[in-house]
Design a protein around this ligand. Structure first.
Ligand SMILES: [Zn+2]
Ligand SMILES: [Zn+2]
Length: 165
């Protein structure tokens, strides 16, 4: 798994906030900052992510809510998830770019939309999920973990992210 993945989902105290990542919406009205030394991401090929991104797949970047600072006005809507929870989907009120999701089942965490990061080019997904609904022209990278649907339960999710404890 990615080096430094262990640190990716740990809450960072204010005094320790030296390393960070930045990002924002398409128009620039919403900007955010993530205090962490490392980020991890996975690609989701489900129909929801295809619709949400208006593209082939979504890139999800889980981060601790405590490490996520956002400026600018976002609106949100809510949808049910496959695991039986609901997720709040936050987007820029001006340009509509999706910024992050907050699932009711993981209150301490948010999932940032990877394409909104300023340095999205450096963030290669470590796994692919919902490959059963992927767009057929997309060739899945060899050697990466894949799920036809998605990990089941928190243990399998954390294992996918390289956070086995
Ligand atoms: Zn915007
Ligand atoms: Zn998805």
């Amino acid at each position: 798994m990615a080096d430094g993945a262990k640190g990716a989902l740990e809450a960072v105290s204010a005094a320790e906030r030296q390393s960070h990542f930045t990002g924002g919406c398409q128009c620039g009205a919403v900007r955010y900052r993530i205090a962490t030394d490392a980020l991890i991401s996975y690609a989701c090929h489900c129909r929801e992510c295809q619709k949400q991104s208006a593209s082939a797949f979504g890139i999800s970047v889980p981060v601790m809510r405590a490490n996520f600072e956002i400026k600018g006005t976002v609106k949100s809507w809510q949808r049910p998830t496959d695991s039986g929870s609901v997720t709040d989907c936050h987007f820029c009120q001006q340009c509509g770019s999706r910024i992050y999701h907050a699932g009711a089942n993981r209150p301490g965490m948010v999932t940032v939309k990877g394409g909104s990061l300023d340095r999205a080019d450096t963030l290669a997904p470590i796994a692919h999920i919902w490959t059963s609904s992927r767009q057929t022209w997309f060739a899945l990278p060899e050697g990466l973990p894949q799920w036809e649907t998605q990990p089941v339960g928190e243990t399998e999710w954390m294992a996918m992210l390289g956070l086995n404890v």
